[in-house]
Write a protein that binds this ligand. Structure first.
Ligand code: KIV
Ligand code: ZN
Length: 518
């Protein structure tokens, strides 16, 4: 009997990170990897080890942390990449190297400037070298969606012979329709027989990534590559949550098809990725959009109240969506009640120190906000984790009344135990704050994006600020997070968070350089 368990290969940390503005630091990547492990994904593509020392470092730390999912690194079909991938994943309990080369005429001719025979040789050499590091090697025919089937079969036979056990067929530019993907998978499954698993990796340029993936599964693909919230290069990848829930909800069509995903962890994974990357799913996004389970029209509301299935094809609880954002705790709650609540919200691996810090934040919030909700607690913990690495710490902040004067701010920041206070004027209050922080720290930040949203409802809702900042015109935009009942304070924290993230990345790079010199 055919095995109909679909291997879920998550590439949020690799292809997802290629979304414009989605770069993450090592601590953030580890947090996401831990949530992917809770979600029970089979394979985590943790990054592209040869891309930078920062990527290498993040992959190796993930490899040492994660136990239940297989850890994979991407590598071009060149020795340098494969060596970096092999070394980065060496400590993982289960590991895989994923190597690729383009196989479409357009890519071979214009990008690689290689003949088809040269491409086959390069692919075989890459697999042979990768096998010296790991047993499990995946090969991707980049731009398979626009490759010729006869060449795909030829190169696939050669790489299987060299030791590849998963053959991935990316629709790299999101060009194909579901019937075409099904046809391609059908032919390739027949061709490889039981010598390899056929995998899909569909981009969403025509909005068909999930439909194409499901069509491919019906045709025999047994691994699918996907990302949380559908993040990824350009229009993104197939969304993990949509594939998994389609298979679950439509068992009448996908009878016997299973995944190992613990679907009740989906919402947490989605929120974490959105929070860290600052890229929120659109409100009407399937499964995890803010409106995916809300009913606006009176007729719908009436129907759902009478019988949920009139307008809901799955239960919110199936994906871990708690409908009641309950009032949880108040001023008089002690640390035991707080810790219990934290556990019940799914944070079961916080250290004593992390719990203590979160409890102190909770107590401060109780002085300002009457009802503390589940979401408030979730955000406090997420914020503590995201701002764990506090090189610079905001001590105090004052802003002038800017209604009829020049906006100004006075700020005190602690660094290495020393507090420094300074002031600056700006074109607006935020500008004054960011300029003051620059004056104190000596870094020159350029704000690329700034978002503020309310964590829950009501006038006393916590404000969540996410900003993206480039420092000293150097490197990618760094993401900073700030959470406070006061938007101005949250903004200052977010800006300082971005700076801390930038410095921790610099530190990792410097440390790596030193290690390489030794
Ligand atoms: O889209 C693509 O072709 C890829 C491969 C590297 C798998 O991301
Ligand atoms: Zn891709």
């Amino acid at each position: 009997m055919k095995n109909n368990n679909i291997i879920i290969f998550d590439t949020t940390l690799r292809d997802g990170e290629q979304s414009p503005g989605a770069s993450m630091n090592t601590a953030e990547k580890i947090q996401i990897a831990q949530q992917l492990e809770k979600l029970n994904v089979d394979v985590i593509e943790a990054g592209f080890a040869a891309a930078s020392p920062g990527d290498f470092d993040a992959i190796s730390q993930i490899a040492s942390t994660i136990e239940k999912s297989k850890i994979c690194s991407l590598a071009r079909a060149v020795d340098r990449d494969i060596k970096a991938a092999g070394e980065a994943i060496a400590k993982a309990k289960m590991n895989r190297i994923h190597t690729f080369i383009a196989t479409s005429p357009i890519h071979m001719q214009y990008k690689l400037k290689m003949t088809p025979d040269q491409v086959i040789k390069r692919a075989v050499d890459a697999i042979t070298y990768a096998k010296t590091f790991v047993d499990d090697v995946e090969f991707s025919l980049e731009d398979a969606g626009r490759s010729e089937i006869s060449f795909m079969k030829e190169i696939t036979s050669a790489v299987i012979e060299a030791g590849a056990s998963t053959i991935n067929l990316p629709d790299t530019v999101g060009y194909r329709l579901p019937n075409e993907i099904a046809d391609m998978v059908n032919q390739m499954v027949k061709h490889v027989d039981d010598k390899a698993i056929i995998s899909l990796h569909n981009h969403n340029d025509l909005g068909l990534a999930v439909a194409n993936t499901l069509a491919g599964i019906t045709a025999g693909a047994r691994q699918v590559e996907c990302t949380i919230n559908g993040l990824g290069e350009r229009a993104g990848n197939a969304a993990l949550e949509e594939i998994v829930m389609a298979l679950k909800v439509r068992q009448d069509q996908f009878e016997g098809y299973t995944t190992n995903i613990k679907t009740t962890e989906i919402v947490r994974a989605s929120k974490l990725v959105a929070n860290i990357t600052g890229i929120e799913p659109q409100p009407n996004k399937a499964i995890v959009g803010k409106n995916a389970f809300s009913h606006e029209s009176g007729i719908h509301q009436d129907g759902v109240l009478k019988h949920q299935e009139t307008y809901e094809i799955m239960k919110p609880s199936d994906i871990g969506l708690e409908k009641n954002n309950t009032i949880v705790l108040g001023k008089l709650s002690g640390s035991a009640a707080f810790n219990d609540k934290v556990k019940s919200l799914g944070f079961d691996n916080l250290s004593d120190d992390e719990l203590k810090k979160a409890f102190n934040r909770f107590k401060l919030l109780c002085d300002k906000k009457k009802d503390i909700l589940d979401d408030d607690i979730r955000m406090i913990i997420a914020d503590e984790k995201l701002n764990d690495n506090k090189l610079y710490e905001l001590i105090s902040l004052q802003v002038s009344d800017c209604s009829n004067g020049v906006p100004s701010s006075a700020i005190c920041i602690k660094f290495d135990g020393v507090e420094t206070t300074d002031a600056a004027i700006g074109d607006g209050t935020m500008d004054a704050i960011f300029k003051t922080i620059d004056r104190i720290t000596g870094y020159n930040g350029q704000l690329n994006d700034y978002k503020v949203s309310a964590v829950s409802e009501g006038q006393d809702a916590l404000a969540k600020v996410t900003c993206k900042v480039t420092f000293n015109n150097d490197g990618p935009s760094m993401i900073g997070h700030g959470l406070n009942i006061d938007t101005i304070l949250a903004s200052a924290r977010a800006y300082i968070g971005a700076l801390n993230s930038y410095l921790s990345m610099q530190h990792t790079l410097d440390h790596k350089k030193t290690l390489h010199q030794v």
